[in-house]
Structure formats: structure tokens, C-alpha cells
Design a protein around this ligand. Structure first.
Ligand SMILES: [Fe+2]
Length: 240
């Protein structure tokens, strides 16, 4: 049965992206979708943009992708995120910037799946989906069976069935008559206390989460050497 992989929030982390794509290739998963935030925070935006462009079947825009190209406001970004946006702007060439600017806010996949970086409720406002309350709002403002999101960097899934919203642990099966919101976590900057890269795989009705160890110390050193805020070097090794 054909498998689809969903990756998100790579944030210019080449080592984490490389390890993730290598693992997906080893499992013969060729259909890979990216839920945005290819860039921001990390030291290798050019490599990550080129690789995502080459390897992913579909990609949607994240707030950092559009922030870097001036297509969304970064006024509500914290000062570290803003510093990384300015740094990244100077690294990318025009073609890479045009690619980021061209990314759509949403994509619909066969199988009644919606891809969006943040909430499907006004995607350009980048609302976070982080609990059952915000997941219900997201699901009630969309119609697809499965909504795949990123943005919070925390992998988790919610099921809406017969008006009841519930958190569901990975792995799980898509049930008849239920709708789902799945946050696929972050490849390059996980924030759930586990520094390993993560992604979600969909195989038929089965949804599973994969965690992948990668050499975060290499990325961390590059962040310091290239003059990005040192806190960014620290957090990827801790997973927060
Ligand atoms: Fe992000």
C-alpha cells in the first residue's frame, strides 16, 4: 500500500532534513509533503529550500517562509525569530525567494486531505492549533476528513467524532465518520522535549509518527559559527 510522508518546520536544519529524507527513502516512501517553515532559525536555508523543492510532491507556505520574502508581517515574531528572518533574507538568492513566495497557503490531496501550515481558519493569520479547543475550531472551519498541520512543532492528533473532540495518541487508524487534525511536529526544531526530528506517515488508514535521531551538534555549531542567535543553537539540542 502506498505511503505518504508529511514533514514540517524544517527551519533550515540540513542535518535533520537529510536524515529524515534518507529514512523515508530507505522505506521507499517517495510521496513527501511539506507543511511549511522550510527556513528560519537554522543555518542552511539555501540547501533546505533546494532539497524540499526537489524532493517534495507538494509544499505549503509557513509564516517564516513568507516572512523571509516580506509576504507576511514579522512584527509578531519574537526578536530571535526576527533576527533569523533578516539573516536568512541575505542568504537566499532571487530564485529561492521566488519559490518561497510562490508557495500556496493550502493544498488539497486525494483522499480528502487538507495541508495547511497553521489553522485552516484564515490560514494567513497563522493561528496555532495546540489543544482540543483550538483543534475543534480548526475542524469546524474546514470540511476535509484529515487536516495536516505544523507550526506548533509539537506532534499530536485530534479526532472529531459525533460532535466530541478528543486527543488521540500515535499510531492510530482513521475511522469512518470521524475527522482528524494531525500536527506532524517539526523536522528541524522539535519543541516537545524530544530533540529528534519527526514526521508523520499515512499508509491507507494508518497514521504513525516517526522520530529520527540526527547529529544536532553539527547544526548547533553551525548556528553559532554563522552568527545566528546562540539560543537557537542550544534549543535544538534540548528539543524545546
Ligand atoms: Fe515553525
Amino acid at each position: 500500500m502506498e505511503e505518504k510522508a508529511f514533514i514540517s518546520d524544517i527551519h533550515s536544519n540540513w542535518e535533520a532534513l537529510g536524515k529524515t529524507l534518507e529514512k523515508l527513502s530507505a522505506q521507499a516512501i517517495e510521496e513527501i509533503y511539506c507543511l511549511g517553515d522550510i527556513v528560519g532559525y537554522g543555518p542552511d536555508p539555501e540547501l533546505c529550500v533546494e532539497e524540499v523543492r526537489k524532493r517534495c510532491t507538494g509544499v505549503v507556505a509557513g509564516n517564516h517562509d513568507w516572512g523571509v520574502v516580506g509576504k507576511t508581517s514579522i512584527l509578531d515574531f519574537n526578536s530571535i525569530a526576527q533576527a533569523a528572518v533578516y539573516w536568512t533574507r541575505n542568504k537566499l538568492n532571487d530564485t529561492q525567494k521566488e519559490y518561497l513566495a510562490s508557495l500556496p497557503l493550502t493544498l488539497h490531496l486525494e483522499g480528502d486531505i487538507l495541508l495547511v501550515h497553521a489553522s485552516p481558519l484564515m490560514p494567513q493569520e497563522w493561528f496555532y492549533v495546540v489543544d482540543e479547543y483550538s483543534a475543534r475550531i480548526a475542524l469546524e472551519n474546514s470540511s476535509e476528513k484529515v487536516i495536516m498541520v505544523g507550526h506548533s512543532h509539537i506532534p499530536e492528533a485530534f479526532r472529531l467524532k459525533e460532535g466530541e473532540i478528543e486527543t488521540v495518541p500515535f499510531p492510530f487508524r482513521l475511522e469512518e465518520g470521524a475527522r482528524y487534525l494531525v500536527n506532524v511536529g517539526s523536522v528541524g526544531q522539535p519543541r516537545d522535549g524530544d530533540p529528534r526530528a519527526c514526521c508523520v506517515i499515512l499508509k491507507g488508514e494508518e497514521v504513525r509518527l516517526e522520530r529520527l535521531a540526527y547529529p544536532a551538534e553539527i547544526t548547533s555549531n553551525k548556528i553559532r559559527e554563522r552568527g545566528l542567535p546562540p539560543l537557537l543553537a542550544h534549543r535544538i539540542r534540548e528539543g524545546w
